[in-house]
Design a protein. Structure first.
Length: 237
């Protein structure tokens, strides 16, 4: 069963002299374990498509399915539950809560879903060790480097074991060394846990970490291509 299916998805924004169609009839399927990068110039619709696939916005027309659940048939509360339980999010600017420690930030998705506190903390410690932050659990975001904040954000995004990880320019606010480390971590999670990833980026070196490359232009898919494994490896070393 595919993790994500988009069927002829369109998104229209009203305003100005004429409506703007940000996404124009996009169809896309992500199978379990896929790692897909979206590329294209600014304004091509990458972020809009990510928001639609992440159930953060509704399409004007077309269908979106997450694990065979038709998002168009859900009310707002049900969409919130899908986002909380089945989707993880990583953003360019980390979006960690500054008044919470790393431990508190990472466990937040499970606790919001009324998960067991002890289990949430156990998973957080495991993930913190995996992302190289085992010694930082009691620190606050302002005490971390940019790379550390993004790795904490990734741990938070996957603690509830989502079916799909949405990553919007995850290396866009990092230097090359930290960016490479974040890409390496995402590739490991994809390869070892079978995590399905949909990532948007402007950077060729970031897109090279994915196994499939989708190029967008003017709100439409221009091309879809498989990438050589050695290209992905060279992007994360």
């Amino acid at each position: 069963m595919p993790v994500l299916v988009a069927k002829n998805v369109r998104k229209m924004y009203a305003g100005g002299e004429a409506p703007v169609e940000a996404v124009r009839g996009v169809s896309l399927t992500l199978e379990a374990g896929d790692f897909v990068a979206l590329m294209g110039p600014s304004g091509c619709g990458k972020s809009t498509l990510l928001h639609l696939c992440g159930a953060m916005d509704r399409p004007t027309s077309g269908r979106l399915l997450i694990e065979n659940t038709d998002l168009g048939q859900l009310n707002d509360d049900q969409l919130t539950r899908v986002r909380r339980e089945r989707i993880g999010f990583v953003f360019q600017f980390f979006n960690l809560l500054p008044t919470l420690t790393v431990m508190e930030n990472v466990t937040l998705p499970m606790l919001l879903d009324r998960g067991d506190v002890n289990e949430a903390q156990r998973r957080a410690r495991q993930l913190a060790e995996r992302v190289g932050l085992g010694h930082r659990l009691r620190h606050y975001p302002q005490q971390l480097s940019g790379g550390e904040m993004q790795r904490a954000a990734i741990a938070r995004a996957v603690i509830h074991q989502p079916a799909l990880l949405i990553a919007d320019e995850p290396t866009g606010n990092l230097d090359s060394e930290n960016g490479a480390r974040v890409l390496s971590l995402l590739s490991e999670l994809n390869r070892e846990l079978g995590l399905t990833i949909l990532l948007a980026t402007h950077a060729v070196e970031t897109a090279a970490a994915a196994r499939h490359l989708v190029r967008m232009r003017d709100g439409q898919i221009e091309s879809i291509a498989d990438q050589k494994p050695e290209a992905a490896q060279s992007a994360v070393v």
